[in-house]
Structures are given as C-alpha cells and as structure tokens.
Design a binder for this molecule. Sequence first.
Ligand code: FUC
Length: 946
Amino acid sequence: MENTRMCAELASNPRPTMRRILLFTLCACFSSTAAEAIDPATTLWYDEPAESWQHEALPIGNGRIGAMIFGGINHERIALNEDTVWSGEKHEWNRENASKNLPEIRRLLNEGQYEAAEKLVNQSFTSTGGGSRGGARGPWGCFQELGNLRIAWNSNIESVPLQDWKYFEIDTSHIDDHRHAMREVREIVAQVSQPGTDTTGWTDYRIVDGKAVAGDRNLKNNQRFMLHCEIELSQTQVDQLGILNIGPRARSGKVYVNGNEVGDLAGWQTAGHDEFNANVSQHLKPGKNLIAVYCSQYRRRGQLPLKASLGPKTQVGSYQRSLDIAEAIATVRYTQDGVTYTREAFASAPDQVMVFRFTADQPGKLSFRASLDRLERFQTEAVGRDSLLMTGNTRANGDKDGMQFVARLQAQAKGGKVSTQNNQLIIDSADEAILMLAAGTDYMGFAGRRTPDPVAATLKDIGNASNKPYAQLRADSIADHRSYYDRMELSLGNGDPEAAGRAKGPTDERLDSLAAGKSDPSLATLYFNYGRYLMISSSRPGTMPANLQGLWAEGIQTPWNCDYHLDVNVQMNYWPAEVTGLGDCHTPLFKLIESLQEPGAKTAKTYYDADGWVAHVITNVWGFTAPGESASWGATATGTAWLCDHLWEHYEYDRDKEYLKWAYPIMKGAAEFFVDMLITDPDTGWLVTAPSNSPENSFLTADGQQARICKGPTHDMQLLRELFGKCIEASQELGTDAKFRQELIAIRAKLAPNQIGKHGQIQEWLKDFDEPEPTHRHVSHLYGLHPSDGITVHGTPELAEAARVTLERRGDRSTGWSMAWKANFWARLHDGDRARKLYHLLITRGGRNLLCQHAPFQIDGNFGGTAAVAEMLMQSHSDTIQLLPALPTAWPEGAVRGMRARGGHQVDFIWQDGQVTHYRIRSINPGTVKLRVNGELKTIETQAIQ
Ligand code: FUC
C-alpha cells in the first residue's frame, strides 16, 4: 500500500526531527487509501470490455514491446506493438542546390513579399520525394502495428456467419450543394436500413472465410455504400445469439438491425481495425432479419467489411477490466456459468516477453483458440505443437519489401491439452494457460533491439522465459517496473467524503463526474501517475524514443505516421521525465538527437551552406532532416535547438560531467549551424532566422497577404537565446571552447528580443501581424515562459503579464497537447486554478482509457499533463526551488516524495490548508539552494542523498 511503502522507505533512513515529522505526516496523508482494495490513484478499471482501441483499450509495455488489451469475453483482441515496426527506408530527401535559392527567399522576406517568398520556398526549399506525405507506402514510412493476438473462446453455441450480402453505391456526385447531398444520403440510409427494402439493382457480395469471393471492390475516397444481409433465425437461435461482429476494415458508418440503429463504425484516418461488436439481441426476431451497414470513407482507401457474424450472446457477471499502474499488470475478471475467469497480462522488461495468463476457479474450464494476424503482408505458421510464428515485411517503398518483423507465441497449459491446427493454437480443457509473446524486427538503426535475425532472437526470448515459473516472471516484472515507478510519489488527498466515494467507481464514471464539475483529486493523481506509467512503458534505456502514440499504434497508416514531430510533440513527451525521477527514460531521445547529426550536417550544407547540423519539423527512423514538404509548416529549423534543450536539462538534473562531455559537442554543432544561418534584419539590426515559420501558424500583413513563411519569429529567437546560453554554460562547466563561447556571447546579445504587441500580448512575429486564427493550437511564442525561463513572474513581470494576455487571446479549449501546454503555462504564471482548469479539460476530453485525444490519440498530452502537475507543485528554473508556486485551491492538502529539481536535488514536502508544513531537500552535491516557500525567499543548506 502506498503509505506503508512510503513510511517504510523513510523509516529505513532515519533522520533528525524534520525526518520524523515528515514520516509521521506523510503516513497520515496517505493513510486514507490504505485499506482500499483498489487504489483510486493507481488503478484504471471498467465494468465492460473495450470496443475502441484508442479510447478504451488499456496499454501495457516494457519500453520496447507493448499491447492494447480489450478484455472481450468471447473474443479477446490484444493489439501488438514493437517499437521499430516502421515502413520506409533510407532515402535522399535533400533538394540538391537548395541553398542557391536562399538569397532570393531572404530578399523577398526583407522586402515584405511574404506570399512570393512562400511560393519560392514551396518550389525550391522543401524536401524532395514527397517527404512525409507518402506515409506508409512511401520511403518516408510510418510506425505501424505489429499485429494482433486473438483469443476465441469455445462455445457450445454456433455463430452464424453472415456471408451473403448485397451492396450499392450511394452516388450524390450530381448534386452540387453539399448540404443537399448529405440530406439525400441520410434519406437513402434511413430507407434502405428498413426491412422490406427493394434491393433490385443491388450487387451481390459474398464473403467466405473472410474473403470476398463475389463483388469484391475497393472503396475510393468519399465513396458511400449500403450493404444488406438477410438472415433467417429460429426461436432457439434468437434465444442464444446476439453479438454482431463486423470488421475489420470498415472505416466509418452505421450499423442497423431490423431498422434499428445499433452503433457506429467509428474511424479516423487510419486503415485500422475498429471491429464492430455489439449486443443486438433485443432487436432480433424469429424469421427474417435484416442487417444493414452504411459505410463511408474519410480519407484513405479501404475495403468493404470482410468478416461478419452473429455470435452467441454472453451471460456474464461481475465483469471487471483493470490496469494497475503501480505494478504494470492488466487484469480481466468475470463470472460465466458459475465459473470465475481471470486473465492477467504484463510486458516484462527483464524477460523481454509479454505474458498472458488465463485461469478459472474450476478445473478444465479453459478452452480457446489463439491466433496471430495483421492487416497486411504477413504469414502465420505453427511451429511444433505449442507455438505460432508470424513473420512478414513492411513496405520499403510501394510494394518493395522493407524491414522484417516477427511475433512468436508459445502456449503452456496446466491440465488439458495444447495443440496446433490451421495455424492456430488450440487450448483444450486446461486448468490454467499461459501465452508468451516475443517480438522483434531487423531494424538496425540508432536504437531498438538491433538484431539482424529476429526469428532467432525471439526463439531465444521464449526459450529463456519459458524456463521461469509464472510467479517468478510476474515478480521480476513487477520489481523491475517498481524500480522506476516508486522513485516518486504524489498524493493530492481524496477530497471530501463524497469525492472519496466517487473515486471508488469505474474510471469512466469518474471521468463523467469530473466533466460535470465534481471534484476527484485522486483522479488528478491517477492521470499524473499514468503519465509516469506510460513513460516507463514506452521509453527505456536502449529503446526507441516514445513517438506520437508512445509505443502503441493500430493499423498500417497511422496518424501523422506516428513519427517524431520536433516543433513541440516529441519534446512534450519528455517534459515529465527528469522532474518525476525518470531521467533514464529520457535517454532514448538523446540517441535520436545524436543520430540526426550526420544527415543533419548534409541538410545544413545543402539548404543553407552552413556548418553544424540541423533538422526541421519532423523526423522518422530513417534520418530525415530536410525541411517538411510544405512551406506552410515545414521551414521551422529550430526544432534542433529545442531538442538540445533536453540534452542540457538532463545535465541540470543529474550534474554528470561525463554525460555533458558527450552531449556538449552535439549542442555545439546545433549552435554552429545557427551562427551561420542567422541574418541581420535590415530594419532593426537584430539577428534573425530566415526563412522560418512560427510553428504551423499563419499571419496577415497590413497589405492583406496571408502567409506563413517569415523571418525571426519570436519562438526561434527564444530558442536560440536558450541554445546559445546553454552552450555558453556547458563550455564553462567543461572548461573548453573559450573562443566559441565569446562568439556566442556576442551573437546572443544581438538576437531579436521578445516584444509586446498592440494587444498587450507577446508578439508572435518580428512585426506585429494580425492572426487569422487567434485561437491557434500552437502557442510557440510562449516557449520563453515554458519550458524555458526567459519570461518569469518574478524576473520579467511585464513580459509575464503579456504572456497572460496571449493566453487569454488563445483561449482554453484546443487539441489535447495544446491544453496540456497551456496548463504548464498557467502554472508558470502562478495561476493554479487556471492550470487545474486546463488539466481537467485535458483529462475529460481524452479517452475513457485516459489516453490523450488530439484527437485522435496522441500521447504528448498525457506527458504534458503529468509535467503540468509537477509545475503546479514545484518549480526549479531560474536557480530557485519554489514549493507550491501554483497550487489550485481545490488541492488544499497533499504530499510529494522524490520530485527532482534542477541542480541535482530531490524534494519531499507536505502541505495543509495550502501551506507547506514540512519539506526536505537532498542533493547529489549538498550545498546551499535558494528556496521560495510560503511566500518567503530563503537560502537553505541541503542534505546529501544517501
Ligand atoms: C503538429 C501539430 C498537430 C499534431 C501533429 C502531430 O503538426 O500542429 O496538432 O499534433 O504535430
């Protein structure tokens, strides 16, 4: 239990009076949750299975391999991932001789001809080969699913396959008026989903064994279809059947049974699974039944649904699906026909396998089939009597084979029998069954497993793991996870008795209550803890860095290729790492940064004829560093400076000079690039970047041009002040590069400063342009407020006030990550209540599984949310530790153990009635620190960390 652990740790390390007071009070703070079976601050749970991968399924991961667990009763889908499964390949994206166009682009910018400059950038200064636009099918590539482990439970009742369909295309292309076309579609759908519909003129469409054998055709963009299937059911079938399954490729649309709408085929831009399962038993009747599906396509091509069946309805009780984030174990439990079934799942880092255990409280009750599949390009074969091997290749470019991927599954059973049949594993009448899954690819890039033979590597993994008893695998996995997770602890209390009561409910009900304005401080703690859980699960030393969805992806074409965006997203992923004690989980990002130097040096030469190295807005696992394919967003070159801030921050928290010796040359190379790239703005004499964008935003000039390409946006200048400043500090720390340091000091002084614009806001561009979209999601010109510290409440109050105006003008509601960033901004402005408001918006507008929704699912907001709570409770920028700088009034009491502060400190503190009552600061190098606490600024001596 939370309090016991915290007390035990403190007790094992006796200290003078302050320590005893802390010990006593921390125990009191955490005692109210001690007796609960489910800790509401560390457990997500639900009373029904998940249907949606991105909104409901629960993630597990060991940093490298992971899964999303649905907890289906008759059919369980476990969506699998491995962190290197990428399509694409190495490619030359730099545009030859691009730098020849630089003088003209800059001339146009200097003359205020922004539209013309943008046109020229589009023609001559973007990446070649379509850049990221080719997605999963081009060389740029895309992170994608490994596949699915599917478990089908045996049932005495036969499913009815739905094989004979008819379809027709709804053609509204002759109607010019969009609204009229939509109305017509709705009318047609309403008519033909009714029983008794005339289907003359419809085309036959027959599916056998999951394949269309007649009427097969692809959906094109924006085509709309109706599908119809008639089935005759007996009274017995109506009594026993009821779960309608349709999938996996329908993208979006609706499903009707006998004229009743029974649900949506949800989808966004991925060609994902989104299998539709719904209990339709109340709509079935003896005799003829009509099932109708309306399908429409959002952006990408897909196919008509290929699998459809009507399965047995299930009588289950006491269903519970949960994820314990302190132990990293997912559990599904339910009772069926008097038997209680329990499934446990975890991704073990020490053993490099995912483990799934199935038990029942009566012998011989476990009978199921397990299979491995993927949306494309795979084969699954049985190996021996107890294993399956799925192999395939992603696409390198078009149909050419790319990297090889492997998933290997092995079954063990107590009692009963394990066999293979039709490339499936059959578990028959077992008392207990364990499935182990190993995975890998032959990607040999900057991180990941790096094996040329993933078939052999996975065989070894399974061999090693299967020699360990389950209890040992489980205990080792928990101990390993806890070695990260337990480094920090937070309590925001449980709130009043009503709030504490609500906190006992399922997570989705807690979300509804929070959205209705009811307080639940332990849900705020849960979301904070979940960010740490997701970090430990998706980014560990040696793994790939967490991408846009961490480690989890569904389908082949994933949103934004699930890549690394360098203009906020990948950085936000790592905001909570250092402060919450997970500095080693930060290191995969450093390997990515290191790997960009070589391709980035080529890009620096080709585009800017500059030394050093540079990357722009996006990168992938193939070393992409060129500008993005469109001038509207692709020209920002300071993503590299932002990445280097992370290199420095790691040093700030750890004070490890050996590490700094490794990191400094990378930072220096980034700075050298900007030294060459900067130009003097003829109007002001300031040094500015050109060309650039204020990330992804556009502006209106006084003469009515709408443009995005500019010079010296505030964001760039804040970043460069910081990069140069950190290089100056680092070279001093290392006693090196005195000459370069002097050069940087001189250049830094000439960088365009922060300016306050006509609304009293921080000006976003060098000139005070108007914004066509004042509520744009990016708030890049407040980089100086957070994560940087160029703008602070105490140091630059006027700029802090201007930052507040900027935030008011931007508004609160936005994409997931944008709200997370705003929570951090408000914390830096010391407005705890506003920060909490943004944090709650982020939580309540996310998935039921607490995954942040951009939408779609994008993990940066989860990490940004965790970082925001840390910023509300403790800040350590500008050489001062501040306790409770932005405490929301709704969190009047709480406790923190093990938060990290810049300078190499660990901070514990307790507060009551909004006032810090106890604190303790321990340091790697004990000495004096400046501390702001309860409105007082003082200098204190710190203790050594033991
Ligand atoms: C940037 C953002 C988008 C999105 C994408 C992945 O382009 O502007 O909102 O988060 O990254």
